[in-house]
Design a protein. Sequence first.
Length: 288
Amino acid sequence: MARRAPAPEQARHWRHPQLPGVDLLRARYVSHTFSRHSHEGYVIAAVTRGVEGIGMPGGDLRAGAGGVVLINPETPHTAYAGTEDGWSYRVLYPSIDVVAAVAAETAGRNGTPAFTGTVLDDPDCARLIADIHAAAERDNALAADTLLRVAVARLLRRYGADTAAPGALPSAGSLAAGRARELLVERIACPPTLDQLAAELGTKPFALLRAFKSAYGLPPHAWLTGERVRAARRLLDTGTPPAEAALAVGFTDQPHLNRHFTRIVGVPPGAYRRERARTYKTGEDSVP
């Protein structure tokens, strides 16, 4: 008997107008691979079918159906199909403010909490994540908001920890890496070379490269690509056409933006902008 072809890839990245600070992604991927990137906020995902592979700083992990994936802010990672049939999942991307507010209210924690595990066998929380999506898709904002807070509180109670207290004073290398990051953001559309950046900061190129990768988990050029995608998202949120956004943040053209945007966000910039337009201009939403 011939093997049945896998279902086609599909993805929807959107935001409900009454759930501020939370993005949602519902997707099925087979050949799609996320390049190494990080998020300003958290990743909270429930795998509903297949197997997702996750490349973390400490090595590769796998999450099967019913598993929960938790990734802290600014943690570089990749994602890819862990089996030839790919994977389906529902993802929440809550901001730091959203998670910190729940932590402060429910556990008296101040600051930015962190999750201590990445791949968890927790069908209970996986169902909660799927229920949040379902409520948002039905436009039941009260249920979605309630379930979101219950899910975040439960995940923090089971797997959360306070961020580590500040240690010793930062080294010269970490200070240089921080300043290099600031300069790359300031000159995002026309960044300096590594040699120019090192000379401006009074250090050597390889020393800066090592310090930057140690601080942010990525070399400067890869980190800058992710930052450009973040900047493009902010422009698309305001209605800027993808071609204009691409040039504004330093990509050579729209196809250049399309390639990197899709490999980091999971959907093309045009689809992302259409969903944002529906959210911000009409507040209406429908499930495709």
